[in-house]
Ligand binder design. Sequence first.
Ligand code: ATP
Ligand code: MG
Length: 334
Amino acid sequence: MQYMVEASGLVKTYKRPDGTEIEAVKGISLNIQKGEIFSLLGPNGAGKTTTISMISGLIKPSKGDAKIGGYSITKEAIAAKRLMGVVPQEIALYPELSARRNLEFFGQLYGLNGKELGKRVDEVLEFIDLSDRQKDRVDTFSGGMKRRVNIGVGLLHRPQLVYMDEPTVGIDPQSRRRILDTVFKLRDEYNMTVLYTTHLMEEAQELSNRVAIIDHGQIIALGTQGELTQQVGEEDRLLFKVGTQTIADALLKNVETTVESVTRALYDAPSQTTDNGGETIPGMITVFAKRGRKALPHVIRVLNEADIEISSVEVREPDLEAVFLHLTGRALRD
Ligand SMILES: Nc1ncnc2c1ncn2[C@@H]1O[C@H](COP(=O)(O)OP(=O)(O)OP(=O)(O)O)[C@@H](O)[C@H]1O
Ligand SMILES: [Mg+2]
């Protein structure tokens, strides 16, 4: 089968102003199938934007290449770029122009004009659901609306492949919902391929056919959610918020040995205390267990017997957060 994107051995080395070098991307290879939503998931600074910028021909790889619909982005850039639409992380619009004028302007850059341009602009306004606000200046729009115009610009020339770089950052939950729905619509109704980047596990989880987890410029895991979570085994995590007590190792050992399906129990001490009205930040016990829900009452009993005050309980099935934790020893959220 022919892939929509075939990236192989991408490396990017940036020069800092002081002359030292930083290898932001250290050899990334990935294939994206036609019609799939593929996510790059990774923390701030992982190399997501750098990767997308190389695949979209915005910056030149230090090493490696990417093929878009079979065309090399370094050697056949014009043919490759014709297939793709790019929605950049930073909003790139003219604030003093209306939504419609912005779309017309960018459409002309793509070589559209006359009736065809008008038709495409109408289509895109409809798609991003801003037909009724098309005459308003963009600087009167909410963050979510600006994001939608930004997405619209990337769709004007009817690309087969769309890159979206963290399109939901800094907007309210309702606007985010609309953008996620837009991504599904691109795939399901327009048969487009989407490369989506995010640092939010929940988004990658909800949207993607496949996910590449990226950290320090490298892919550390790639696959469907099921394939990725299998790497961490079948274990659920039981999360207990426990007030401000310090938990003794002996208690954690007790949880591990007395509850059958429990493999490990960890305690995170409060990292800081605040003077905020005497409020302190609670500690957290994480218990790994084969069948979390079944183990839960037994774990609670052990904690109760030790007089541990539990303020909340949560059962998490294996998710991408757990995969990241497993592979890096760090939490995905900062
Ligand atoms: N133009 C540049 N010059 C020097 N260093 C850069 C440049 N662009 C990015 N970097 C560095 O490369 C690394 C990767 O950055 P990149 O923007 O690709 O990460 P990201 O995953 O997109 O992060 P974020 O989630 O914050 O958008 C970072 O350490 C960043 O500081
Ligand atoms: Mg970025």
